[in-house]
Design a protein around this ligand. Structure first.
Ligand code: 5GP
Ligand code: ZN
Length: 113
């Protein structure tokens, strides 16, 4: 998707602080962190929202969770815990329409709605 900022990050057209990369998944620091650790984990395939997932995407979503676990371990968050958030469309508060999972932690997080 030529007008998608996360596709541009995947293509290194927009710089980002990458923390993990493989053929299917990219993880990078959120530009506006809401916690001590705030990392975005995305599929390299452009999928707009959770509502657009299809059967063939099941593997990459599973992989994203394993990448989240790995990063959480590397950041020392495995014992105390962390949060993985996916915002879907307008009511969910989604602003960037390329599927992404927020990995948040490094401190006690507040409750949310
Ligand atoms: P959403 O509200 O769509 O779930 O989350 C989008 C996230 O992308 C926000 O936390 C925002 O700070 C982050 N973000 C938006 N543009 C950029 C960017 O150009 N670079 C990085 N690293 N993060 C971005
Ligand atoms: Zn995209």
């Amino acid at each position: 998707m030529s007008d998608c900022i996360f596709c541009k990050i995947i293509d290194h057209e927009i710089p980002s602080a990458i923390v993990y990369e493989d053929e299917d998944v990219l993880a990078f620091e959120d530009i506006n962190p809401l916690a001590k650790v705030h990392i975005l984990i995305i599929p390299k395939k452009h999928i707009a929202t959770t509502a657009d997932l299809c059967e063939e995407d099941a593997a990459v979503v599973g992989k994203i969770y394993l990448v989240a676990r790995k990063i959480a371990e590397e950041k020392g968050m495995a014992e105390d815990g962390y949060r993985i958030v996916n915002n879907c469309k307008f009511f969910g508060g989604q602003e960037v329409f390329h599927l992404h999972f927020h990995l948040l932690g490094g401190e006690k997080l507040g409750q949310f709605v």
